[in-house]
Design a protein around this ligand. Structure first.
Ligand code: 5CA
Ligand code: ZN
Length: 426
């Protein structure tokens, strides 16, 4: 699939430190240790509605991972999927009497526009579920051949993974069985389905149903892929096993990330799928998680349409820590707009408070489990000192600070001095 255009990424003097992030499977903040190319897979959208601020916050968190790694001198191979076939897409298309393919294409196009406006670095591979079906089918065939998967004996053609044969099952979420069963039932699983070997076995393939799209499948059984094998397959095809960060929102800890890992580990007979499982907390509205099924949504595209500066949306979402559940409010946005205006005024001055300590501070805060609120507070402090007329003001400082805010926080300020190291960013 087509990704989206990359924003300019200024090069900063020196290099940043090693990135530390919270890994769900170890339950603590750990240092990442990528090779020359860091590898990251982030679970993408199911395109049946527009990008809301919860999605945006999650992609911004992983955009910081990308930026901190690049600043530390790594190349980054970033992969994201699009779940362009799944129940919600078919249900919405049915409700609106629309072609599900056109619906998915339109919402994916809008997502690309939103990501471009928010200056999110694009994935190197942006891969749809539908285009991956032949590889998914081959993987399911392999699991069947190895006796690790089974076709349900009820004529539906549905295929399940036998998790009793998956020694690593539970290692990603670290949940006990009762917790797993609760989340499984709540989040699209079918623990009570008759004929399964274990209640927690996840579906790999859904046999063809009347009126639903289908593709040639394993053992000649037409149908469509399950959700977790989609992400396992796309990650294996692009960045392989043992990649550095598997990302997504905290609603994916279980079952999605557990089963993606279990599928991939069964397919390759190696471990781990990812070296760190990183989860962004939920953005809420009016006291509840913002979600398409609840309908309590604020869309990025709607705010853009209302004339809101995407950089203010970006700053508003980054003003909270990625691991803290938080609410979207009108006040959050107006505070970000005021902050942006203040930063704009500061960098427009002919000189500013020394840049080197700010650059070091930004690097230190962001590499420490993506402390964006801490990083933003340092810029606030620099702007306040600059606007007050710092006695040690340097002529070069506004340009370096502009580049640092842009490269590390992804916030481009249009009042920056034009003679940047990269030339005119006009
Ligand atoms: N296509 C799957 C992942 S393979 C999916 O979960 N799609 S989604 O459209 O529902 O969500 C896209 C991304 O946004 C996921 O990483 C999800 O965890 C995250 N997300 C969804 N709702 C919120 C929210 N309210 N706050 C933060 N992140 C969210
Ligand atoms: Zn996924």
């Amino acid at each position: 699939m087509l990704s989206w255009p990359a924003p300019l990424l200024p090069t900063l003097p020196g290099t940043g430190p090693v990135l530390k992030v919270h890994d769900t499977s170890r339950g603590e903040v750990v240092a990442t240790s990528p090779g020359s190319t860091a590898r990251m897979y982030v679970c993408g959208i199911t395109p049946y509605d527009a990008t809301h601020l919860g999605h945006a916050a999650t992609y911004l968190a992983f955009d910081l991972v990308n930026r901190v790694w690049r600043d530390a001198g790594h190349a980054v191979h970033y992969v994201q999927n699009v779940t362009d076939i799944d129940d919600p897409l078919l249900e919405r298309a049915d409700r609106d009497s629309e072609d599900w393919i056109v619906l998915g294409m339109r919402e994916t196009a809008l997502f690309r526009e939103d990501m471009t406006a928010l200056r999110v670095l694009p994935p190197e591979d942006y891969v749809g579920a539908v285009e991956s079906i032949p590889r998914i089918v081959a993987h399911i065939e392999d699991l069947l051949t190895d006796g690790l998967a089974y076709v349900l004996d009820d004529g539906t053609g549905d295929i399940y993974h036998d998790v009793s044969q998956a020694p690593g099952f539970g290692a990603e979420s670290r949940y006990d069985e009762a917790t797993m069963l609760g989340f499984f039932a709540e989040r699209g699983g079918d623990p009570d389905r008759a004929g399964k070997r274990q209640p927690l076995d996840p579906m790999l393939w859904r046999g063809e149903r009347p009126g639903e799209p289908s593709w040639p499948g394993p053992r000649g059984q037409a149908g469509r892929p399950g959700w977790h094998i989609e992400c396992a397959t796309i990650a294996l095809d692009t960045i392989g096993m043992g990649f550095d960060v598997q990302g997504g929102g905290s609603d994916l800890v279980f079952p999605h990330h557990e089963y993606s890992a279990v599928h991939a580990e069964a397919l390759t007979a190696t471990k781990p799928f990812a070296r760190a499982y990183v989860h962004a907390a939920m953005i809420g509205l009016d006291g509840e998680k913002m979600s398409k099924s609840r309908g309590n949504l604020v869309f990025v595209s709607r705010l853009r349409g209302d004339g809101v500066d995407p950089m203010a949306i970006r700053l508003a979402l980054l003003s909270g820590h990625y691991r803290t559940d938080r609410a979207w409010t009108a006040d959050l946005l107006s505070a970000a707009e005021e902050r942006l205006a203040l930063w704009q005024r500061a960098v427009a001055l002919g000189s500013g408070a020394p840049a080197a300590p700010l650059l070091a501070g930004l690097r230190e805060r962001l590499s420490d489990d993506l402390d964006s609120p801490g990083a933003i507070a340092l810029v606030d402090d620099w702007a306040a000192r600059t606007l007050a007329g710092d006695p040690e003001a340097e002529d070069e400082a506004p340009r370096i600070v502009c580049d640092a805010i842009d490269a590390l926080l992804g916030v481009a300020l249009d009042s920056c001095p034009r003679a940047s190291a990269l030339g005119d960013r006009g």
